[in-house]
Write a new protein. Structure first.
Length: 304
């Protein structure tokens, strides 16, 4: 039985789904799909919050993970240790020894793991991505960034395909392109926020090519060089979205609408960045609902 406190805490994490560039579990999907997608989202969101130090105040997450009082309540807490504790709690879902996880979001994930016969690999990859965030602050080139996205983004697509029973090797390849593109788009929106965490997800060789320094990224507004760099990286994201377009064409029905929402959300966010003149430094440009629907419709026409 989950306590009212734990239930409210889990709901607060799940509520962050409204901030994403794409619909996470829209109402037109079957109820079980919605539950499973939100359970996976809650897991992924919490892992990122641990890695970013964005946990709710009061140390509830540490309490659920058995870390004792004080953990997670201060900005300087040991994120690697908390990631380790969360991984240990996750593995209880797969070890078959009857031990239940302590965190309510993992309790909510348990029915999904059983129903869809999910393995631990994609969940562990997301934890590893956040471990990497504690150790790697800069990326030399696009290839290094793609390697990070293999851990931080692509496993989510694998889980969506597993939940919907549509995973094939070809669809997984298309999904990887889409998920990597969505991760890059998020990085472009959040340049200022990431820099505040001493992280830069813009490839260093691209920064050198466009004569962009870290000081330029710390400015209140983007200069011409930063805008040119962002336009270049946005073009890479568009190419990846286009490479993943056949994923939408490969499925039918409500799943087609869901996947079109993912790719359309990425394109709508890119359009918002373009409308801002690639000046993302004052704050992340966000797509409107109308813009999202326009891009979803265009995706469906193109891949119908």
């Amino acid at each position: 039985m989950v306590s009212a406190e734990a239930d409210a805490h889990a709901r607060a994490v799940l509520a962050k789904a409204t901030r994403e560039n794409f619909p996470v579990a829209p109402g037109f999907l079957p109820r079980e799909w919605r539950y499973d997608l939100m359970a996976v989202y809650g897991y992924a969101r919490l892992v990122d919050d641990i890695g970013d130090g964005d946990l709710a105040p009061g140390g509830l997450d540490a309490k659920y993970l058995g870390l004792g009082p004080g953990w997670g309540s201060e900005p300087g807490g040991d994120r690697l240790a908390m990631l380790d504790a969360f991984e240990n709690d996750l593995l209880r879902l797969f070890e078959g020894d009857g031990r239940a996880p302590g965190h309510p979001l993992l309790t909510a994930l348990a029915p999904t793991v059983r129903r869809r016969r999910l393995g631990p690999e994609p969940f562990l990859a997301l934890i590893e991505a956040n471990r990497q965030d504690q150790k790697v602050r800069r990326y030399a080139d696009h290839a290094e960034l793609l390697g990070y996205c293999e851990l931080s983004a692509n496993p989510v697509g694998h889980l969506v395909l597993a939940i919907t029973g549509t995973a094939t090797p070809q669809r997984i390849r298309y999904s990887d392109d889409v998920c990597t593109a969505l991760q890059i788009v998020e990085h472009l929106q959040d340049v200022a926020e990431d820099l505040g965490r001493d992280r830069i997800y813009l490839p260093a060789d691209s920064m050198a090519r466009f004569h962009v320094t870290e000081s330029d990224l710390a400015a209140p507004r983007a200069n011409a060089s930063v805008r040119a760099l962002l336009a270049h990286e946005a073009g890479r994201a568009r190419e990846l979205l286009s490479a993943g377009d056949p994923l939408v064409a490969s499925v039918r029905g409500r799943l087609k609408l869901l996947l079109a929402g993912f790719t359309g959300g990425g394109r709508a966010a890119l359009r918002a960045i373009s409308r801002a003149g690639y000046d993302v430094l004052p704050g992340p440009p966000r797509a409107t609902t109308r813009g999202l629907l326009r891009e979803v419709a265009a995706t469906l026409r193109r891949e119908g």
